[in-house]
Design a protein around this ligand. Structure first.
Ligand code: NAI
Length: 275
């Protein structure tokens, strides 16, 4: 892909899934990669995978919902490699299926803090560093749930709609400053995100808990999602779920010079779901 070799890429949420595939792809294209995650073991495994394939990677522990931690991550990137050229802000969490009235405040806050505030915190630290070192490109991971509503996942969907709006707005601010800002909206992808779901007990009140349980059962009955893979495949016009590498391809394109006139957009990578 044009323009990636010899550059420095920072990828968050690399402990598994889409972030890991993206980091591996940047390395394959000849970029130096800073891989960042709250999961130290998973992040270090990604470094090993990149190094075993002959690439150059450095792990930084980060909690993207903590602005000080994010600033340290960006400082470490520039200290290690001298510049920051590309950022894939990808770390995210999913919640379980609960109707809106059953969502606890703590669950709402955590989803928004990681999925939306986390992307803002990353860009707040990354954009000045990119500007200082000659421009660059940012790709944020949104979701299909950022383009359409999803009953039972309203906090997740709201956070991802936020990522789409944030991407558009920040792209306008930087359009004349040599930094392009785009997003991808993955459809169902084979990753660990289902196992990392943030459970919601509905808070501490008995009523909250009852609402949560009722909401969960209702949503489960309504969607009849006995098996994520099978139900997700039924919803995808292409009839299958994605491999994380297919997301990495879109990220590499958006960072490459082949996308030199693309900014402020969200590309659905979803087998036709948004069509
Ligand atoms: P994953 O669970 O395999 O990877 C997410 C990574 O983010 C993990 O390594 C986790 O440790 C890290 N992470 C979580 N909280 C963090 C925090 N506070 N600070 C730093 N790192 C943190 O899941 P996947 O699927 O690869 O998810 C990546 C992104 O793709 C997420 O933003 C997710 O919402 C999005 N997405 C995933 C879809 C799917 O079907 N897998 C569909 C649409 C969007």
């Amino acid at each position: 892909m044009n323009g990636l070799a010899g550059q420095t890429a920072l990828v968050t949420g690399v402990g598994s899934g889409i972030g890991r595939a993206s980091a591996l792809r940047f390395a394959e294209e000849g970029a130096n990669v800073v891989v960042a995650d709250i999961d130290v073991e998973g992040g270090r495994e990604t470094v090993d995978l990149i190094e075993n394939a002959g690439g150059d990677a450095t792990f930084v522990e980060v909690d993207v919902s903590d602005t000080a931690s994010v600033e340290r991550m960006v400082d470490a990137t520039v200290e290690t490699y001298g510049s920051l050229d590309f950022a894939h802000n990808n770390a995210g969490i999913l919640t379980d299926f609960v109707e809106t009235t059953g969502i606890s405040e703590a669950n709402w806050d955590r989803i928004v803090e990681v999925n939306l505030k986390g992307i803002w915190a990353c860009m707040k630290a990354e954009l000045p560093a990119m500007e200082r070192t000659g421009g660059g490109a940012v790709v944020n991971t949104a979701s299909e749930a950022g383009l359409v509503g999803m009953g039972g996942l309203s906090s997740y969907s709201a956070s991802k709609h936020g990522v789409v709006g944030l991407t558009k707005s920040v792209a306008l601010e930087y359009a004349e400053r040599d930094i392009r800002i785009n997003a991808i909206a993955p459809g169902p992808t084979k990753t660990n995100i289902q196992s990392g779901i943030v459970g919601d007990s509905g808070g501490t009140s008995i009523l909250g808990r009852i609402r949560s349980v009722v909401g969960t059962v209702r949503m489960a009955l309504r969607t009849l999602r006995a098996d994520f893979d099978t139900s997700a495949m039924r919803d995808v016009p292409m009839g299958r779920i994605a491999d994380p590498e297919e997301m990495a391809g879109a990220v590499a394109f958006l960072c490459s010079t082949d996308a030199s006139f693309v900014t402020g957009t969200t590309i659905p990578v979803d087998g036709g779901q948004a069509a």
